[in-house]
Design a protein around this ligand. Structure first.
Ligand code: AMP
Length: 417
């Protein structure tokens, strides 16, 4: 214990089951170190191979700067796209060099291979404070296979390891998980990983109550495990979007030609019964904006959710539902939002999602902790300009959903164990 107190690079992290000792990026000493950083630079490129959206690169900058400003050499590892058979020009990470240099405000050196002589040479000739970008990890099939030898070759390039790629933390790949074995002590989360994990933990493990989960989107089937996992934790559960109609039909309502998963009707009833048993208040939409076809120019009207006429489909929550949901949102202290309330991509059916987004922003301004995650809800907060008005927007996609389902992510486990 005395050793720990005297060593500023170590902090005690109280994990749920056991206490483990983890390095923190805030206090680690990078001076003179070669620091391998697994980043998520899997960014979209346009036809001229320019970065079309630099969000992921932007997110990794604080971690890279921390290392180089601390006197270390940052060795960046990432994948880009899905190359099938070894190196492919269009998936080369060299395309993104200008975007990284622009955001970092300094030049970097590029290794035309992620392992072997080319990589070693670039790393060896780097000086403290330099940045080296390694070529696409997925030019080797060993990366996705989690090959130990490949991981050892990557590991041999550095003497510290940072995982800052939350987007791939649910994969046990060589650079995201296996490599950590070679750094039993000198491994840590980067700032992106840290923020993602802390926000989800804040919701799932130490929420201020009432805790509300808002689940929407198209299908119950893709949300079952998350709903099941959050049931044991939340006080309120709002269900919206297309998946609502499976619940409404299961309860005996008429849903016209709304989206439904016939094989999930029993499951919907089971989930509702389970929620009741656990004392969770479930809020289903009471009215819907219905349309005579799936299109922005459809004729629309509002009707109770369980009384949708034949030939009509529910594509958004109705005004009465918005009022009720708003109230629940404003009374909550912690909110998790995953999935839109309607077909928000079409202006005729965006109101429900927009209004719930606004209510979440209001709750945030009143002091609630609000986490938005999962592809389409992130798209929705961006569309409505609300990204800065919620506490945290997770960029993790699949990784976030698996973490919320209660699955221990290989990339997280590798650092914690
Ligand atoms: P998910 O990927 O399951 O979160 O679903 C998101 C998609 O659900 C979005 O593209 C929405 O347009 C769609 N969606 C939301 N509400 C409805 C609805 N009532 N009917 C059909 N699709 C919907």
């Amino acid at each position: 214990m005395k050793f720990l107190k005297n060593n500023p690079n170590l902090k005690i992290s109280h994990l749920r089951k056991n206490i483990s000792i983890m390095l923190s990026i805030d206090t680690a000493d990078f001076n003179g170190k070669k620091v391998l950083i697994r980043v998520d630079f899997n960014v979209p490129l346009n036809d001229s191979f320019e970065v079309a959206d630099d969000t992921r690169i932007r997110a990794a900058i604080p971690t890279i700067k921390k290392v180089i400003e601390g006197g270390g050499i940052a060795i960046l590892m990432s994948h880009l796209g899905r190359p099938k058979n070894g190196p492919e020009e269009k998936f080369s990470l060299k395309h993104i060099i200008p975007a990284i240099e622009n955001l970092l405000g300094k030049e970097l050196s590029f290794a035309s291979d992620c392992i072997g002589e080319a990589a070693k040479q670039k790393v060896d000739s780097a000086k403290n404070g330099d940045v080296v970008l390694l070529e696409n990890l997925r030019f080797y099939k060993e990366e996705e296979k989690g090959d130990k030898h490949f991981a050892s070759e990557l590991a041999s390039l550095g003497n510290m390891y940072i995982n800052d790629a939350f987007g791939t933390a649910h994969r046990a790949h060589a650079s995201t998980a296996v490599i950590a074995d070679f750094f039993p002590v000198n491994k840590m989360f980067g700032y992106v990983m840290k923020a993602e994990i802390e926000s989800i933990d804040k919701v799932l493990h130490e929420p201020q109550r009432p805790l509300l989960a808002i689940m929407g989107g198209a299908k119950v089937s893709s949300k079952i495990s998350i709903i099941e996992n959050v049931l044991s934790k939340v006080d309120h559960l709002i269900l919206g979007g297309g998946m609502t109609f499976t619940f409404v039909k299961a309860k005996g309502g008429n849903i016209g030609s709304s989206l439904v998963e016939e094989d999930k009707l029993d499951l919907a009833l089971e989930l509702l019964a389970k929620a009741k048993e656990m004392g969770v208040q479930v809020h289903l939409p009471v009215d819907a904006v219905i349309a005579d076809k799936f299109g922005n120019d459809a004729s629309t009207k509002v009707c109770p959710t369980g009384e949708i006429p034949e030939g009509w489909m529910g594509l958004d929550i109705g005004p009465e539902t918005i009022k009720i949901f708003r109230e629940v949102v404003l009374n909550s202290k912690t909110i998790l939002w995953n999935g839109p309330m309607g077909v928000f991509e079409m202006s005729s059916f965006e109101k429900g999602t927009h209004e719930i987004g606004n209510a979440i922003a209001e709750a945030t301004a009143d002091g609630a902790f609000t986490l938005v995650g999962g592809g389409d809800s992130v798209a929705a907060v961006n569309q409505f300009g609300l990204a800065d008005k919620v506490s945290y927007v997770s960029t993790g996609g699949g990784a976030m959903l698996e973490y919320m389902e209660g699955i221990e992510l290989p990339g997280v486990k590798a650092i914690r164990s």
